[in-house]
Write a protein that binds this ligand. Sequence first.
Ligand code: SAH
Length: 365
Amino acid sequence: MEQAAQTELLGLELQELTLLVEEAGQPRFRARQLFEALYAQRVESAEQVSTLPMEFRRSLAQKGFVVGLPTIERKFGSSDGTVRYLMQLGDGQSVETVWMPEGDGGERGDGSEAERAWDRATICVSSQVGCAVDCQFCLTALLGMKRNLTAGEIVGQVCAVLNDQHVSPPQDRVNLVFMGMGEPFLNYDNFMKAVRLLVEGVGIPESRMTVSTAGIVPRIYDFGAEAVRPKLAISLNASNDELRTRLMPINRKWNLEKLMAAAREFPLRSRERLTFEYVLLDEVNDFAQNAREVVELIRGVRAKVNLIALNPGPGIAFQTPAEKRVLEFQNTLIAAGFPTFIRRPRGRDIYAACGQLKRTVEMTA
Ligand code: SAH
C-alpha cells in the first residue's frame, strides 16, 4: 500500500482546520476542538486529542496528518538558567530556540511590562534556518541561508519549549522575542501567520512579543499596518552609513536615511516605544562620537535603546568593549533623554546569547 505523505497540522489556522474537518465529513465544531488541542493544550500527536471521536483521530493518522512539533534534539543548560534547545525539523534541518527564565533586561523599559523576576521569562524564537543578511559580528551569518521556517515550525518552537518547561500561557506569563536565527522580515508571511496563531491559539498577548529586524524597510511599513503585531526592534548597530555598510551589508540596499524614515513613520500605539538595538564592538562603533551620532539619528523618535556588548565567537573579528565604554555610551544616550538599557548576556557559556546561535552541537555545557 502506498504511504500517505505527511501533512503537519501545526501552522494551520482555524479556517484551514475547518476545511479539513468538513472534507472529512465531520461537523465544523471539530475544527475548534482541533485548534484548542494544537495550540492551547499543545498535544504531541493527533491520538492525544481526546475531544475528537476515536474513529476521526484514526482517520487523521491514516491520511498522514501529524502534529508536527519540532523534536528537541539536544538541550544545553547555562549556569545562569538559560537553556539553548537544538530543535530538529521534519526534513532533518535544525534551528535553535532559547529559554531565558529571567529575560535579558531587553524586555524592560516601555512601561508595558512588569519588572518582577517571575514575570520576565522569555523565549527567543528563530525564523529561518541560517540567515542571508551577513552581519559581520553575527555567528548565524556564517551558516548562510538554508531555508525559511514554516509558520508551524515557528509556532512549534514555542510549543515545544512551553511543554518542556511545563509553562502554560495565559496563566503563566511569557515573553517572546523573534530574535533567534534568521531575519523575520525576510520570511514575513510565515512569521506573521505564526504571530496570529501564538496570539489566538497559544494565548500569548502581542504586547509581550517583540520582533527584531536588521532593517528590511518595505516590511517595516507593512508591519506598521498590521492589525495584530508585536513590538518592533530595529538593529541599528552603527551611527553612520559608512560604518553600517561595513558591519551590515544590507545597509547598501536600505541605508540609514531610508531606515530612519520608516522608523519615524512607524505608527506606535499609546505608551509604545520603538526599540533600537546597538551591538557595541570595541573601538569600532563604541566611541563617544558614535553615541552622539546615534542621538542625532533617533532624535524625535519615541524610542528606547538596548545596548548589547558583543558576544564573541569563533570567526568573529571583533572584540567586546570594556564595561567602562559601555557605560559611557549608555550615559550619552540617557543624557539625551532616551531610556537606554544594557542587555545582560544570557547563556554565553553555552553559545545561547545574541548572535551566537549557530547549531553549535559540539559545544556542550
Ligand atoms: N535578524 C534580526 C533578528 C536577529 S536579532 C536582526 O538582525 O535584528 C539578534 C540581535 O542580536 C540583533 O540586534 C543583532 O544585532 C544582535 N547581535 C548579532 N550578533 C551579535 C553578537 N555577536 N553579539 C551581540 N549581539 C549580536
